[in-house]
Design a protein around this ligand. Structure first.
Ligand SMILES: NC(=O)c1ccc[n+]([C@@H]2O[C@H](COP(=O)([O-])OP(=O)(O)OC[C@H]3O[C@@H](n4cnc5c(N)ncnc54)[C@H](OP(=O)(O)O)[C@@H]3O)[C@@H](O)[C@H]2O)c1
Length: 235
C-alpha cells in the first residue's frame, strides 16, 4: 500500500522521500522503481529495527535533523496465523509487537518532532480488523485496535495544533500480505484503488479514512451487532 501511495505522490510533483524498512536491499528495490518513475524525486532508504524504541527514536531524530517532514505514512504489518498465535505465545507476542506496539512507537517518535514544529501529518494504517474482535483474527485485530485507540488519543492531543494524525482503516486488500487469502479465493480490493483513496483522503484533510469507503458502513453494522447474532457468524 505504501509503495502504491508513493507512486501517486511522486506522479503529482517532485518529492523528497525516505523509505524506512527492515531490509535496506528490499527498500532499495522500491526506491529504484520510484526513481525511474520520477527522476526529479529524491529517494533515500534507511534500515532500522522496527521493534527497538531507541532505534526508532534515533531514526526520527536523524530524519528531522535534516529538516521538517510534511508527511509520515506508517504502513508496516503482518497478518499472523491466528491458530498459531493461540498455541505459540512467541508468535502471539511478535504479532502484537509488529502490528501494535511498533506503529505506535513510530508515530510517537514523529509526533514529538512535528509538535515542536507545529506542522506535519502522521498517517497510520490500522485495519477494519481493529474495530471488533473476531475469532478468525483477533490477535491481529487486538494489535490494530490498539493502533486505532492510540491514533484517536493522538488526534485528541494534537487538536488545535498544526499537526494532524490520520487513521486509515483498509478492508481486505490485494497486497503481498494477503496473497494466501487471494489463493483461497478471497475477494480483495485492488491496492491501486485503496492507495488512491488513502492519498485523496489525506489530501482532503480527513482524520479517519475507511478504504474502500463501504467498510465504514459494514464495520458500523459489525460493531453494533448484538453478541447473540455475532457469535453465529463464522468470521
Ligand atoms: N492487505 C490488507 O488486506 C490489509 C487490510 C487492512 C490493513 N492492512 C495493513 O496495511 C498495512 C500495509 O500492509 P500491506 O497490505 O501493504 O502489506 P505488505 O505489502 O505485505 O506490506 C507490509 C510491509 O510491512 C513490512 N513488515 C512486515 N513485517 C515487518 C517487520 N517485522 N519489521 C519491519 N517491517 C515489516 C514489510 O516489509 P518487507 O517488505 O521487508 O517484508 C512490508 O513492507 C499494514 O499495516 C497492514 O496491517 C492491510
Amino acid at each position: 500500500m505504501a509503495e502504491q501511495c508513493a507512486r501517486l505522490w511522486i506522479a503529482g510533483a517532485p518529492h523528497q522521500i525516505i523509505l524506512v524498512g527492515r531490509n535496506f536491499a528490499r527498500a532499495e528495490v522500491v526506491a529504484a522503481d520510484l526513481r525511474v518513475r520520477s527522476p526529479v524525486t529524491n529517494v533515500e532508504c534507511i534500515e532500522v529495527d522496527f521493534c527497538s524504541p531507541e532505534k526508532i527514536q534515533h531514526l526520527a531524530d536523524r530524519i528531522f535533523s535534516g529538516g521538517a517532514v510534511d508527511l509520515v505514512l506508517i504502513a508496516h504489518g503482518v497478518l499472523p496465523d491466528q491458530q498459531q498465535c493461540q498455541i505459540d505465545l512467541n508468535a502471539c507476542g511478535e504479532a502484537l509487537d509488529i502490528n501494535g506496539i511498533s506503529p505506535v512507537l513510530f508515530a510517537e517518535a514523529f509526533a514529538g518532532h512535528m509538535e515542536k514544529n507545529n506542522s506535519g501529518t502522521i498517517a497510520v494504517i490500522s485495519s477494519v480488523a481493529g474495530d471488533r474482535g473476531r475469532r478468525s483474527n483477533y490477535v491481529y485485530g487486538a494489535a490494530k485496535g490498539m493502533v486505532t485507540r492510540y491514533v484517536q488519543g493522538l488526534q485528541h492531543r494534537l487538536s488545535g495544533t498544526g499537526v494532524r494524525a490520520v487513521l486509515i482503516k483498509p478492508g481486505p486488500t490485494d497486497t503481498p500480505m494477503t496473497l494466501h487469502l487471494k489463493q483461497q479465493g478471497a475477494r480483495l480490493a485492488p491496492v491501486q484503488r485503496v492507495a488512491a483513496d488513502i492519498v485523496k483522503g489525506i489530501a482532503a484533510g480527513r482524520l479517519v479514512i475507511y478504504v474502500p469507503a463501504k467498510w465504514a458502513l459494514i464495520m458500523n453494522v459489525v460493531r453494533h451487532m448484538p453478541k447473540v447474532l455475532f457469535d453465529r457468524l463464522n468470521i
